[in-house]
Design a protein around this ligand. Structure first.
Ligand SMILES: Nc1ncnc2c1[nH]c(=O)n2[C@H]1C[C@H](O)[C@@H](COP(=O)(O)OP(=O)(O)OP(=O)(O)O)O1
Length: 204
């Protein structure tokens, strides 16, 4: 923990939402690389993409990627959303996720965005297969989404067991329209990423 009791890399204006994992030190890092991640909410539905290749393949996630030189995070988020799902949306900043993997000297700084409307039709691309998931309170949105029963006809509940392990701690907060910041340190075991330590806070 830093001097304020928050993990390194966090702003000071945060109220703890969730923390856990092993009693280990936060992984040190010397560089930061900037990424984006965007989530579309429409009525009681959430749009996710199934990542077909590359980093995070076979997981559901928001749409995003690297911030290119000369871009703001908001511009990168809009571009990545269009490239990966075919849609445009009035994205608003929703939070920041600092994400580390064991053995790397750098941290992902992921600016997370959300929008409550969009234009265009979500379309499968080389990288992502978009799909809608129910946000209804009647759908079971815990770890075992296989048992999920959605009240949005035909829609499954949010597939947390097939998403990055940190998402369950901040995505419900984003869906409620609240801002967050947090950190998750992962280890790599074979081709799997295991979350070792995490901390998430609400922005006051
Ligand atoms: N732990 C965790 N939770 C939620 N989301 C993420 C993570 N780690 C992550 O990396 N992400 C997100 C951040 C980004 O949206 C993607 C990673 O981007 P990706 O598309 O794989 O990046 P590149 O392929 O390098 O970039 P582009 O080529 O798309 O610019 O996952």
């Amino acid at each position: 923990m830093g001097a304020t009791g928050l993990p390194p890399g966090m702003d000071s204006n945060l109220t703890e939402l969730a923390k856990g994992g092993c009693e280990i030190d936060w992984q040190p890092y010397t560089q930061t690389r900037f990424y984006t991640n965007a989530f579309i909410i429409s009525d009681d539905k959430l749009l996710l993409g199934f990542k077909k290749r590359g980093f995070g393949a076979n997981l559901y996630n928001g749409f995003g990627g690297k911030v290119e030189p000369g871009e703001t995070p908001a511009q990168a988020a809009a571009r990545e959303l269009k490239e990966e799902s075919g849609i445009d949306a009035p994205l608003e900043h929703a939070g920041v996720l600092i994400f580390l993997t064991e053995g790397t000297e750098w941290a992902f700084h992921i600016d997370v965005f959300s929008a409550r409307s969009y234009t265009g039709e979500p379309t499968e691309t080389d990288e992502m297969r978009p799909g809608w998931f129910s946000l209804s309170e009647n759908s079971i949105n815990g770890n075992d989404d296989r048992l999920g029963v959605s009240s949005s006809p035909g829609l499954p509940s949010i597939p947390y067991s097939k998403m990055w392990a940190d998402d369950i701690y901040w995505l419900p907060h984003l869906v409620e329209g609240k801002k967050f910041m947090g950190r998750a340190d992962f280890a790599k075991e074979g081709d799997k990423f295991i979350m070792r330590k995490f901390w998430f806070g609400a922005v006051c």
